[in-house]
Design a protein around this ligand. Structure first.
Ligand SMILES: [Zn+2]
Ligand SMILES: [Zn+2]
Ligand SMILES: [Zn+2]
Length: 418
């Protein structure tokens, strides 16, 4: 594809004369939109207006340039260039674009969970191994009680953990500009594709990712609004004079009754930022004089995860959220439907509630894929006796994670810090 011809950018601009700027040549610069002036509701009508409108005259268009306002790149004035079809609401600060709506397919026949999962109860030796691993993870826990602790009972049970993951995509568009180095714009002249019409796919499902691309056919060229296409600007540091006051002598040229060695008695030194020229390279176009405008599309893929745990008395849900068990039911697809067929209502209710919640939680995102599962988590309630103390603790999941808030040998100094 060959580039479209470069638009006529107008006659070359006159160079800066001394430190003052020439007036803009008009017509080719970005223009400030006319300011809106509120109309008084009962404005007196002009008495003698032979021709012309009954309204107050439109405000005079003023060409306002941010001369010397900042030394960094600047954004162009709002409305300074024509909008591109399909991106009329796109601004320089970006904004998410809602995806087109999509019909939700009807529910397939339900998958019934496996209810025949049998779990082997832990032996006393396995409980002590789990306890040793638990103690090793806590620098301030002593391992002494493990040997002397009597394991009096190990009662196996199980609970359920429901997990729903929704993988979404968001698309954001914003106007950007960059110095134009004279390369081809590579536009065909056709209208740009809509934000959701461009085929972009994530590298992997259920992995966070962000990608940006230049929207095809959204590119155009403009003279730089910051330097009026001169490529350089008056130096702010010296106000274009090329010299700045000498610091050591306070611009007097004299230090301790002698000629200032720094400035040679002149009271000024060559301006460092502009090397004495009075002009600096325009930071917005980096001296290229013209800017390429285009719409940048950013696609963001995210995983939203929700978990529900059927409560076990004495055991916080967070302990169970972090461990795994045997998967008794799972599904994945564009959409998932709530699980049914569980003997415990809680799992079905959680599934219904969370699936419904995920369908409407991200109105500006497109749901690309969902997956959910139910795991049966083994829980062992262990009764112990240590010295004169009796109590219980828990061993959870395939990881045999111990929850033992009353562990007897904790060093006090660390516990205070914790
Ligand atoms: Zn300077
Ligand atoms: Zn000096
Ligand atoms: Zn510029």
């Amino acid at each position: 594809m060959s580039g479209i011809p470069v638009p006529n950018l107008g006659p070359p601009y006159p160079g800066p004369a001394g430190s003052s700027y020439p007036p803009p040549a008009g017509g080719h610069y970005p223009q400030q939109p006319p300011q809106y002036t509120p109309q008084p509701q009962y404005a007196p009508q002009p008495q003698h207006v032979p021709h012309g409108p009954q309204y107050p005259p439109a405000p005079v268009k003023q060409e306002v340039y941010p001369v010397g306002a900042t030394q960094g790149p600047t954004a162009p004035p709002a409305g300074s260039f024509e909008k591109v079809e399909g991106y009329r609401d796109t601004g320089f600060n970006g904004g998410f674009v809602a995806p087109p709506s999509r019909a939700v397919p009807t529910a397939p026949p339900p998958d019934l969970p496996r209810m025949d999962v049998v779990q082997q109860p832990l032996s006393r030796g396995e409980v002590k191994e789990a306890l040793a691993a638990f103690v090793a993870q806590h620098c301030c826990y002593g391992s002494g009680p493990i040997k002397d602790m009597e394991i009096r009972s190990v009662v196996p049970s199980a609970t359920f953990k429901y997990t729903l993951d929704t993988f979404t995509e968001k698309r954001e568009t914003k106007w950007k500009f960059e110095p134009w180095k004279g390369d081809s714009l590579a536009t065909s002249g056709a209208p740009p594709p809509g934000p959701w019409d461009m085929p972009i796919t994530p590298k992997h499902l259920f992995q966070k990712e962000t990608r940006t691309l230049e929207v095809p056919n959204s590119q155009s060229l403009r003279p730089c609004h910051d330097c009026q296409a001169h490529g350089d600007k008056r130096c702010q540091h010296c106000a274009g004079r090329g010299r700045s006051s000498c610091g050591p002598c306070g611009a007097s040229g004299v230090r301790q009754q002698e000629q200032c060695g720094r400035c040679g008695g002149t009271g000024t030194n060559e301006c460092t930022p502009c090397h004495g020229s009075g002009m600096i390279t325009c930071p917005t176009c980096r001296g290229e004089r013209n800017l390429k405008y285009f719409v940048e599309l950013t696609a963001t893929w995210e995983v939203h995860s929700d978990k529900y745990v059927v409560a076990t008395p004495g055991l916080p849900d967070e302990q169970v959220r972090e461990v795994s068990g045997e998967t008794v039911c799972q599904a994945q697809g564009l959409f998932v439907w709530p699980f049914t067929g569980f003997p415990e209502d809680q799992v079905e209710h959680a599934s219904q509630h969370l699936v419904k919640k995920h369908q409407t939680s991200w109105p500006l995102a497109r749901l690309l894929q969902q997956r959910h599962d139910v795991q049966q988590i083994p829980i062992h309630t262990v009764g112990y006796r240590y010295k004169e103390t009796e109590g219980t603790f828990f061993v959870c999941g395939h990881e045999k994670k111990v929850f033992f808030p009353d562990y007897p040998a904790r060093c006090c100094c660390c516990c205070v810090l914790l």
